[in-house]
Design a protein around this ligand. Structure first.
Ligand SMILES: C[S@@+](CC[C@H](N)C(=O)[O-])C[C@H]1O[C@@H](n2cnc3c(N)ncnc32)[C@H](O)[C@@H]1O
Length: 196
């Protein structure tokens, strides 16, 4: 039995779900001035968009660990349930594996806030985990950025079931139109657009 299989067996026994490293290739991010929600940690979107990106995260520690990787981005500690920005302040928005850390009601409030700070036609691109079961969920990832750089990292959360369908439902209820959905076993990408 390989180390991976042994680890998987042990975590399964604890009610966890561990899968092999997922390859996520980011070919592009939206144009213009972007707000990135939960943008700390690795700061993936800020690494790509640099000074086009305003990254908000409710934890200063997460911002601190990302800031050095994208120093020209704008970094702000804020709860995305109550964004400290005027209506229609950004061209487009992103969120990269942060919804999996939010309860249903928080997701709804965050998506509603993103809607508020976008203009009509503004796009919201969501990369996040496809989680089918309760318990501990861990996704190990190999993320390829448009400049060819590869980031190896992992994200984990507990008792957060979500799918492209459940997130699309919130988006549509809020007023977003779904433009495109890419679904993988463990993660998805949704491109949504604020109605014009
Ligand atoms: C796994 S990290 C996301 C990864 C990050 N986007 C990256 O590029 O590595 C999830 C982040 O969401 C943040 N977060 C969770 N709830 C939030 C909220 N309500 N408002 C702002 N940030 C939030 C957490 O503090 C955490 O830094």
């Amino acid at each position: 039995m390989s180390i991976f299989q042994t680890l998987k067996y042990m975590l399964s026994a604890l009610g966890a779900f561990l899968f092999r490293r997922q390859k996520v290739v980011i070919t592009e991010i939206p144009a213009g001035k972007i707000i990135d929600i939960g943008g700390g940690g690795e700061g993936i979107i800020a690494q790509i968009g640099a000074d086009r990106v305003t990254a908000v995260d409710k934890l200063e520690s997460e911002i601190k660990s990302a800031q050095a990787k994208a120093p020209t981005a704008t970094w702000q500690v804020a709860d995305a349930q109550d964004l400290p920005f005027e209506n229609e302040s950004f061209d487009n928005a992103t969120i990269f594996f942060s919804l999996m850390y939010m309860k249903q009601l928080v997701k709804e409030e965050v998506i509603s806030e993103v809607y508020r700070v976008l203009p009509p036609g503004g796009e919201f691109w969501i990369w996040d985990a496809n989680i089918q079961k309760e318990g501990i969920f861990v996704i190990m990832m190999k993320i390829k950025l448009p400049n060819g750089k590869t980031v190896r990292t992992g994200y984990g959360s507990k008792d957060c079931i979500q799918s492209p369908e459940s997130i699309s439902e919130i988006l549509q209820k809020t007023g977003f139109q779904i433009k495109e959905t890419t679904t993988n076993k463990l993660w998805f990408l949704i491109k949504a657009k604020k109605a014009t």
